[in-house]
Ligand binder design. Structure first.
Ligand code: PHE
Ligand code: NA
Length: 452
């Protein structure tokens, strides 16, 4: 099923691996490899990781199931799905806000996601061309500073990444990429294991990194850490913006949604934990700061690649594969807004993709200039990038997830969800209690206590 308009196609993917691959492709990306270690580092390690795992288990998994089930039940794009469901069920049209927020979230997230993916491409290039050869760790840190302070360099790579996203998206979301991912994802995983081996055997700081991630300092369990963990859980699982609803529309009827949801969550969490276990021992071994911020992954790993045998090759492969993981996530970020443009305007898929990607690219310049220091605008002591990141991960996605869970729990028919999930009555009731009460209450509590 290549190059089909997702809104008119009622076809499903060939087998259960395809859905798993697509969902995992969306989930696994910069969120795991770049964002998880740096946020965990900023919020003090173990406390954050514990809250994060809690959010994944309590909110993430039930919501993953809910989103996928709604998508598969309607076999429509998110906006049309919500529209049809509300009219069939006699519910308020206001639920359409779920789709709108999802489009906005995807749009805004991709605008900065592409800039960071651009960093990864830039690193791949610099490593393979020997730009880091013989550098000390301090110089590696300065080199990162050199990249982020240069708007032209970042724009070049941001543009490159958006162009690749555009080309693949314009040709239909599944074409080609599916096959590629089947090779790339395992390759990325294998390379992460190589790096994990390096952290374990060569840094001499593995246990320190491990303890940083897993020993919980309860004084660091704060409301602020909780909201960051919640936001990261939604971000990393691609939740709360109807992305999995869009993919669920293609899922074959005989696939088990609960099993797939658990697999996706488990794979995604595994990748994040491994990334942390790679980054922190290196951070300690090279005297870097865990709380260094968005540059953490780039500086620490490059410091290691400089010292590693065949570091140029591993470094190049690593950053290329991270770029590819980011690409499969980027495609899922465009999808909700693109589906809307195709359905509700006379634009062709190609033209819609070009317009959308151009707009996203443009907003991405805000992130570039806030990184480079050209855009000095701040609000609540946050620069443009921090604001975007905070607003999308910590507000839009959780609120979207909250609404989706209320919709799935209170508006959707019990029998519909029961059929889609195919769980035994007892387990189904547990899921339903989570989605009706626990998920909304948790999200609300976290948001209210930290925002007000
Ligand atoms: N889950 C992706 C990641 O961890 C990012 C993403 C968020 C993708 C929301 C789609 C929707 O990198
Ligand atoms: Na992720």
């Amino acid at each position: 099923m290549s190059g089909q308009n997702p809104t008119t196609s009622k076809k499903t993917w060939a087998n259960r691996w395809t859905f798993l691959l697509a969902a995992a492709g969306s989930a696994i990306g910069l969120g795991n490899i770049w964002k998880f270690p740096y946020i965990a580092g900023q919020y003090g390690g173990g406390a954050f990781v514990m809250l994060y795992l809690l959010c994944i288990a309590i909110m993430g998994v039930p919501l993953l199931m809910a989103e996928t089930a709604i998508g598969r039940h309607t076999r429509l794009s998110p906006l049309n799905a919500i529209k049809k469901l509300t009219s069939d069920l006699g519910a308020s049209k206001l639920w359409g806000i779920i789709g709108w927020m999802g489009m906005l979230a995807g749009f805004l997230i991709l605008s900065f996601y592409s800039v960071i993916a651009g960093w990864s491409l830039s690193y791949a290039w610099d490593i393979v061309t020997g730009a880091f050869n013989g550098m000390t760790t301090d110089q590696v840190g300065d080199a990162f500073g050199g990249l982020v302070s240069s708007a032209p360099r970042q724009i070049f790579w941001h543009t490159t990444f958006m162009l690749i996203t555009l080309l693949i998206t314009a040709r239909g979301i599944h074409k080609g990429l599916e096959k590629g991912l089947q090779v790339m994802m395992p390759a990325l995983f294998a390379l992460l294991l190589v790096m994990l081996g390096y952290s374990m055997l060569e840094t001499g700081q593995f246990m320190r990194g491990f303890n940083f991630m897993f020993s919980v300092d309860f004084s660091k369990v704060t409301g602020e850490a909780f909201v960051a963990a919640l936001g990261q859980a939604f971000f990393t699982l691609s939740l709360g913006m109807c992305c999995l609803m869009a993919y669920g529309a293609y899922m074959p009827a005989n696939n088990s949604i609960p099993r797939t949801a658990i697999n996706v969550a488990a794979l995604d969490t595994l990748m994040a934990i491994i990334s942390g276990l790679i980054v922190f021992p290196i951070v300690f071994a090279y005297g870097l700061e865990p709380s260094a911020g968005p540059g953490l992954l780039f500086v620490s790993l490059t410091a290691a690649f400089v010292h590693m045998p065949m570091g140029e090759l591993f470094g190049f492969l690593f950053f290329v594969l991270v770029g590819i993981a980011a690409l499969s996530s980027a495609i899922s970020l465009v999808e909700p807004a693109l589906a809307w443009l195709i359905e509700r305007t006379p634009l062709s898929r190609t033209v819609a993709t070009v317009i959308l990607c151009a707009a996203i690219w443009f907003v991405g310049l805000g992130t570039v200039f806030s990184m480079s220091g050209d855009l000095t605008f701040t609000l609540f002591e946050k620069n443009f990038f921090d604001l975007l990141d905070y607003f999308t991960s910590n507000i839009l996605l959780p609120v979207g997830g909250l609404l989706i869970s209320v919709f799935a729990g209170w508006v959707m028919k019990r029998s519909t969800m029961m059929k889609e999930l195919g769980l035994s009555v007892g387990v189904f009731n547990l899921w339903r209690a989570m989605i009706r009460v626990v998920v909304p209450l948790c999200v609300l509590t976290v948001l209210i206590t930290t925002l007000f």
